[in-house]
Ligand binder design. Structure first.
Ligand SMILES: CCCCCCCCC/C=C/C(=O)SCCNC(=O)CCNC(=O)[C@H](O)C(C)(C)COP(=O)(O)OP(=O)(O)OC[C@H]1O[C@@H](n2cnc3c(N)ncnc32)[C@H](O)[C@@H]1OP(=O)(O)O
Ligand SMILES: NC(=O)C1=CN([C@@H]2O[C@H](COP(=O)(O)OP(=O)(O)OC[C@H]3O[C@@H](n4cnc5c(N)ncnc54)[C@H](OP(=O)(O)O)[C@@H]3O)[C@@H](O)[C@H]2O)C=CC1
Length: 336
C-alpha cells in the first residue's frame, strides 16, 4: 500500500502512537499515514499472525532517513490485563505515548430480537469497554502527567443503527465517554475526540459480513402477514438450503449503501486517516470533546433499513383535523 498525506512530513517525528486494530482496513490506513509523518507506531489486535504480516508490510514504507517505526503487539482490548500490558510494553519500548487511536472494534449484523446475550456482550465489551480500558490505561500510565491526544473511531449511529443495535448503543456511549473524558482530563493537557465514519469499504470489513443469510430472511418477517417465516412443509420461504443461497450476500451490504450516500460511492480507509491525523496534530490544538463525521453527508440522508408498509399503529385521535384529511382523501380518490 502507498501512504500519502496532505500533512507536512516529519509532523509526528519523535511521537509515539498506539493504534488498536492497526493491521487492517481503516486502522492500517491510519498507521500508514502516521508512519509517513514520522511517528513511532504500535499496532495492537488479537490475531498475531495478521498483525506481524501487516507490520512487515508497513515497515517497507518507512524510508531509511525516517524516525518512524512500527511494532506489532498482540492485545485483546476486551481483556483488562492485556490492555495494561500493551501500554506497559509501549512505554518500555518507546518511553512515551503521545497518541491513542481506538480503532479496534466491530460487530455482526442481526435484528435485535435475535441477538443472544453473549453476542450483545461481545459487541459492548469490544467497542465500549475496550475503548474505555485503553483510554484509562494510557491516562494512568502516561497521559495524566504528560498530556496527549486520543481519537475514538465510532460509527454513523445518529439515527439509531437498525440491524446492528448493539454497536449503535456502544458507539453512542463512546461518543458520550469522549465528552466526559474531554472534561475530566483537560487539566492534564489531553484532547480527546471521536470520528464517525460513513460506510467505508475494505476487504477485511467486508469479510466480516460474509454470512448475511439469516438476516435477509429475518428482514422479510414484517412483510409477511403471518409475521413469521414459512416452513418448507408449508411450501414457503424458509429452509436451511434457501438460506445457504444467500450466505454470500455479505459484501452486498456495502454496495447496498451506495444510493444512501450523497457522494454516490463508498468511502475508503484512506479517507478516514487524514481526519485522524488532523485531530491528533497541533492543527487541532483547540478541539476536544468533538465528533467529526466523515461520511460524505450520509448521516443527513437516507437509510438502508426499509420499513415495510403496515397499519400496525394505533389510529390517530378523532377530531376536526383527522376528519378534514379523511374528506380530502375521499375527494382525491373520486378524482383519480
Ligand atoms: C442491515 C445493516 C446495514 C448495515 C450497513 C453496512 C454498513 C457497515 C458499517 C460498519 C462497518 C464496520 O464496522 S466494518 C468492521 C467489521 N469488522 C469487525 O466487526 C471485526 C471485529 N468483529 C468481531 O470480532 C466480532 O464481530 C465480534 C462479535 C465483535 C466479536 O466476536 P468474537 O468471536 O470475538 O466474540 P465471542 O466472545 O466469541 O462471542 C461471539 C458471539 O457473538 C455472537 N455472534 C458473532 N457473530 C455473529 C453472527 N454473524 N451472527 C449472530 N451472532 C453472532 C454469537 O452470540 C457468538 O457466540 P456463539 O453463539 O457462542 O457463537
Ligand atoms: N468499515 C466501515 O464502514 C466502518 C467501520 N467502523 C469502525 O471502524 C473500525 C475499523 O473497522 P474496519 O477497518 O472497517 O474493519 P476491520 O474489520 O478491518 O477492522 C477491525 C479491527 O479491529 C480489530 N479488533 C476487533 N476486535 C478486537 C479486540 N477485541 N481487540 C483488539 N483488536 C480488535 C481487528 O483485529 P483482530 O481481529 O486481529 O483483533 C481489526 O484489525 C471498527 O471499530 C469499525 O467498527 C465504523 C463505521 C463504519
Amino acid at each position: 500500500m502507498a501512504a500519502r498525506s496532505v500533512f507536512r512530513s516529519g509532523l509526528f517525528n519523535d511521537r509515539v502512537a498506539i493504534v488498536t486494530g492497526g493491521a487492517t482496513g481503516i486502522g492500517k490506513a491510519i498507521t500508514a499515514e502516521l508512519l509517513h509523518l514520522g511517528c513511532r507506531v504500535v499496532i495492537a489486535s488479537r490475531k498475531a499472525e495478521r498483525l506481524e504480516a501487516a507490520a512487515g508490510e508497513l515497515s517497507q514504507l518507512i524510508s531509511p532517513s525516517s524516525a518512524a517505526s512500527i511494532t506489532a503487539l498482540q492485545c485483546n482490548i476486551r481483556q483488562e490485563d492485556q490492555v495494561r500490558e500493551l501500554v506497559a510494553s509501549t512505554l518500555r519500548l518507546h518511553g512515551r505515548i503521545d497518541y491513542l487511536v481506538n480503532n479496534g472494534g466491530g460487530q455482526f449484523s442481526s435484528p435485535a430480537a435475535n441477538m443472544k446475550l453473549k453476542g450483545w456482550n461481545a459487541v459492548i465489551d469490544t467497542n465500549l469497554t475496550g475503548t474505555f480500558l485503553c483510554c484509562r490505561e494510557v491516562y494512568r500510565a502516561w497521559m495524566k502527567d504528560h498530556g496527549g491526544a486520543i481519537v475514538n473511531i465510532i460509527a454513523d449511529m445518529w439515527r439509531g443503527f437498525p440491524g446492528m443495535a448493539h454497536t449503535g448503543a456502544a458507539r453512542a456511549a463512546v461518543e458520550n465517554l469522549t465528552k466526559s473524558l474531554a472534561i475530566e482530563w483537560a487539566s492534564s493537557g489531553i484532547r480527546i475526540n471521536s470520528i464517525a465514519p460513513g460506510t467505508i469499504f475494505s476487504k477485511t470489513a467486508m469479510e466480516n459480513y460474509k454470512e448475511l443469510g439469516p438476516m435477509i430472511f429475518q428482514m422479510a418477517v414484517p412483510c409477511i402477514p403471518a409475521k413469521r417465516l414459512g416452513l418448507p412443509e408449508e411450501g414457503t420461504i424458509f429452509s436451511k438450503t434457501a438460506m445457504e443461497n444467500y450466505k454470500e450476500l455479505g459484501p452486498m451490504i456495502f454496495q447496498m449503501a451506495v444510493p444512501c450516500i450523497p457522494a454516490k460511492r463508498l468511502g475508503f480507509p484512506e479517507e478516514i486517516s487524514p481526519a485522524v491525523c488532523f485531530l491528533l496534530s497541533p492543527a487541532a490544538s483547540f478541539i476536544s470533546g468533538a465528533t467529526l463525521k466523515v461520511d460524505a453527508g450520509q448521516s443527513l440522508y437516507d437509510s438502508v433499513w426499509e420499513i415495510p408498509d403496515h397499519s400496525s399503529w394505533p389510529a390517530p385521535p378523532e377530531g376536526e383535523n383527522v376528519g378534514a384529511l379523511r374528506e380530502l382523501m375521499k375527494k382525491l380518490k373520486h378524482k383519480l
